[in-house]
Design a protein around this ligand. Structure first.
Ligand code: OAD
Length: 245
């Protein structure tokens, strides 16, 4: 922790990349490992673009279940510590793979509805609370699932949750933003991700290849532990308040 705090103090530009582990202490299940969602469900049945085209009802039911589950979850001390840190810094630095919206809620809890840009995350895999038309891309507020699947008000196409499904490309603008933030950073905090899903897992490597360092916060070793300058082992909700103050 002493080494990590020193590294943080020496770093002018900090980016943080989070994964499902930061929301674990909010009660949101992770994807991999013990109790992970992909232990009990097959991603190819539920979270792929092929599954959505084949069987949109089942994919919608899965996301509706996740939405209702997330409605019962609150940001934890890890989300709050990051929100405070980036609000104080005043520079955008938060990138997440999570679609759960808990970083945004923590930022709004700390700074109100008009939370400045700096504290709001770049959501690489989208946001589960929003819908998007699968045909024309128009975004819309999510509504509770009714008897028939929701349709786009603009073109009548089938709406889907505004998340990246397996088999889809990430939004190139969002990916470019995350990559350039990481390239310009002296330090990347990698928090609660197994770092196996690309291209998100390459974001910390962009910092590393540009000459910056990595601090990892995770309960376990990951694919990135070997290249981290410091690996802090423990739950993010405990480690981050200690690290970020
Ligand atoms: P994973 O489920 O793969 O990894 C979660 C990580 O969090 C693991 O490394 C755990 O050790 C760690 N962890 C668990 N509890 C923790 C805690 N309290 N504090 C700190 N770390 C903890 O989740 P991601 O890496 O986010 O993609 O998964 C990446 C992507 O795979 C997701 O965005 C999703 C999924 O399929 C899409 O849906 C496109």
């Amino acid at each position: 922790m002493r080494d990590a705090r020193q590294l943080l103090a020496d770093s002018a530009r900090v980016v943080a990349m989070t994964g499902a582990g930061i929301s674990a202490e909010s009660g949101v299940p992770t994807f991999r490992g013990d109790g992970g969602l992909w232990r009990n469900y097959r991603p190819e049945d539920l979270a792929t673009i092929g599954a959505f085209r084949r069987d949109p009802e089942t994919v919608w039911e899965w996301y509706a279940w996740r939405r209702s589950f997330l409605a019962t979850c609150e940001p934890n001390d890890g989300h709050r510590a990051l929100a405070r840190f980036f609000l104080q810094r005043g520079t955008a630095g938060l990138v997440t793979q999570n679609v759960d919206g808990l970083h945004t809620r923590a930022a709004r809890d700390a700074a109100g509805e008009g939370a400045p840009h700096a504290a709001l995350p770049v959501e690489m895999h989208g946001a589960i609370a929003r819908d998007r038309c699968n045909d024309c891309g128009t975004r819309a507020e999510a509504e509770p699932l009714g008897d028939s699947l929701p349709r786009c008000a603009t073109c009548g196409g089938l709406r889907r949750p505004d998340v990246v499904l397996f088999g889809e490309m990430l939004d190139p603008v969002v990916l470019d933003r995350a990559q350039s933030m990481a390239e310009r950073a002296d330090l990347c905090l990698v928090i609660g991700t197994s770092a196996v899903v690309y291209p998100a897992a390459a974001i910390p490597l962009a910092t590393l290849h540009a000459g910056g360092r990595i601090i990892e916060v995770n309960t376990e070793d990951t694919a990135l532990t070997g290249v981290a300058a410091v690996a802090l082992r423990g739950p993010a909700g405990v480690v981050l308040p200690e690290l970020l103050g």
